[in-house]
Design a protein around this ligand. Structure first.
Ligand code: DOR
Ligand code: ZN
Length: 353
């Protein structure tokens, strides 16, 4: 069946880059229009390493919301080799920090201050497990000698599986998974391990980066993988398994920093953050599974209430601009100059007596 519309519970984005300043003001309306809440990544320059910094960043996000928006940022802290276990206590007590992000040093954009060896943070991870704070993981090894397409699979064997075994009570989100190996790992893992999936990894394989020439707007990290990997990710996302949920990893970069001899990693999808998933789920004949993936499973994993209210997607094409204003620069979104198959509407809340 191909329904002309689908209504789901108001969704959340469990992995998002909002940046700061003019960039934040440019991108936040797209997310706030679609999602009630988002897990906000801490890889600013300098990174958000303390609860105090996260509180200040949260306030800047709240101040940048469009008028009338009730969007709620869920903050994360950036782990370094020197994060003290006491920071976990401060984060937990704040009520607004919902996880700590592990970036292996050098793995991706603004990760130079990340963790050089996960053994350094074992005391922090132990405290997180005790206090029920979630670990979010960028899962790639950084060794030069490891092929860029193998870095996620190697990370599972070398880092993530041993880490999960050393900390059996730690709840872990394996972020933006890109491989069949990662799907298999999550499926066979102990309780308390989940994964987010991006729209680009559900819709595209690595050929997209090289179609007719080099296409920097399809470059993100972890990089797009093979067609069998994409198929495994789509199967996991649409399977109804609550361990797989929505995280766009929308990561804006100015056009000139991507169309560059050393282009930045990251794809911008917040303008279509739900619509692109609807296309992927529709192609798999699984629109009835979108509610779990976008509305229920992430909230349940993070032990947060599910959102009230609904949104409706209509099978009506919407044009995507060639670019958006991004401070003094331009931002090229996913599907730039093309069309989305679905149009989104937030439904009015039912009248209460
Ligand atoms: O492609 C990416 N862009 N991957 C990341 O892990 C970071 C992100 C960014 O911040 O631009
Ligand atoms: Zn990210």
């Amino acid at each position: 069946m191909n329904p002309d519309s689908i209504t789901i519970g108001r969704p959340d984005d469990w992995h998002l880059h909002l940046r700061d300043g003019a960039a934040l003001r440019a991108v936040l309306p797209h997310t706030a229009e679609r999602f009630a809440r988002a897990i906000v990544m801490p890889n600013l320059k300098p990174p958000v390493t303390t609860t105090v910094l996260a509180g200040e960043y949260r306030q800047r996000i709240l101040d940048a919301r469009p008028d009338g928006s009730d969007f709620e940022p869920l903050m994360t802290l950036y782990l370094t080799d020197r994060t003290p276990p006491a920071e976990v206590e401060r984060a937990r007590a704040s009520g607004f920090v919902h996880g700590f992000k592990l970036y292996p040093a050098g793995a991706t954009t603004h990760s130079d201050a990340g963790v050089t060896d996960v053994r350094h943070i074992d005391p922090v991870l132990a405290r997180m497990a005790e206090l029920g704070v979630v670990l979010q993981v960028h899962g790639e090894v950084t060794e030069e000698s490891v092929d860029v397409f193998d870095r996620e699979a190697r990370f599972i064997d070398d880092v993530l599986a041993p880490l999960a075994a050393r900390h059996p009570a730690l709840r872990i989100v394996f972020e933006h998974i890109t491989t069949r190996a990662a799907v298999d790992f999550v499926r066979s893992a102990r309780d308390g391990i989940a994964a987010t999936l991006t729209p680009q990894h559900l819709l595209h394989n690595r050929n997209a980066m090289f179609a007719g020439g080099i296409r920097p707007h399809f470059y993100c990290l972890p990089v797009l993988k093979t067609e069998p990997d994409r198929a495994a990710l789509l199967e996991a996302a649409t399977s109804g398994d609550p361990r797989f949920f929505l995280g766009t990893d929308s990561a804006p970069h100015a056009r000139h920093t991507k169309e560059n001899s050393c282009g930045c990693a990251g794809m911008y999808s917040a303008h279509a953050g739900l619509e692109l998933y609807a296309e992927a789920f529709d192609a798999a004949g699984a629109l009835d599974r979108l509610d779990g993936f976008a509305h229920r499973f992430g909230a349940d994993f993070y032990r947060l209430p599910r959102n009230a209210g609904t949104v409706t997607l209509w099978r009506r094409p919407t044009a995507v601009p060639a670019s958006f204003v991004f401070g003094d620069a331009e931002l090229v979104p996913m599907r730039a100059g093309g069309q989305l198959a679905w149009t989104l509407r937030r439904d009015p809340m039912p009248a209460t007596r």
